[in-house]
Design a protein around this ligand. Structure first.
Ligand code: SF4
Ligand code: SF4
Length: 189
């Protein structure tokens, strides 16, 4: 009796990209049976173009480009409610994270503000070992050409000590920097 041929997606094809995203997220999109419990519990689904259930459906239909260009993956707050609620153990939060990394790797961020915020946040963690809010604000505003954006909120917060003017350098920052360098060696951002 003939054995059924194993389907191996062509490198660079949508199916290969989806298989890579599943591998990165340690989850299987085929397990999803579209019950919608993830979307019903997501606290930011109202602001998304595709709620979590629909993101999974796009991937099931091999529409990876649509998923990578969706605002939803950047609106996701990584709260993990969806993953906790899923009756099929689909780790949607991890999938959102893998989609963000793939979108960055492919330069698929259509919103420059999101990219600037992301770079500002990661730059602070890399250099100081933790997030540096004033640095994020400054970097974001410089990169997006809106120097005084949110200053009316930022300055009073700095004056009241709610946002630190100078970065706080944590003890373990060299270890954090080493993690970033290791990720870069592995081909990450
Ligand atoms: S909760 Fe799980 S099974 Fe239900 S739609 Fe979401 S991912 Fe699919
Ligand atoms: S992890 Fe993201 S997609 Fe899932 S419930 Fe939280 S915000 Fe929504």
């Amino acid at each position: 009796m003939k054995e059924a041929a194993t389907h191996i997606p062509l490198p660079g094809s949508d199916q290969a990209i989806i298989a890579h995203i599943e591998h990165e997220a340690h989850t299987n999109i085929k397990s999803c049976y579209q019950c919608g419990k993830c979307s019903a519990g997501c606290p930011v689904a109202f602001a998304m173009d595709y709620p979590p259930r629909q993101i999974i459906r796009l991937l099931q239909l091999d529409l990876v480009d649509e998923a990578l260009k969706a605002d939803s993956i950047w609106i996701c707050a990584s709260c993990e409610t969806c993953s906790a609620r899923c009756p099929r153990n689909v780790d949607i939060a991890s999938l959102m994270d893998a989609l963000r990394r793939e979108a960055l790797a492919q330069g698929k961020i259509t919103d420059k503000k999101v990219a600037a915020f992301n770079a500002g946040f990661l730059g602070g963690v890399k250099n100081f070992g933790r997030s540096f809010e004033a640095g994020i604000l400054l970097y974001h505003n410089l990169k997006t050409g809106q120097l005084f954006k949110d200053m009316e909120l930022g300055l009073p917060m700095m004056q009241r000590g709610k946002v630190e003017v100078m970065p706080h350098r944590t003890k373990g920052r060299s270890e954090v920097k080493a993690i970033f360098e290791r990720v870069a060696q592995m081909g990450g951002e």
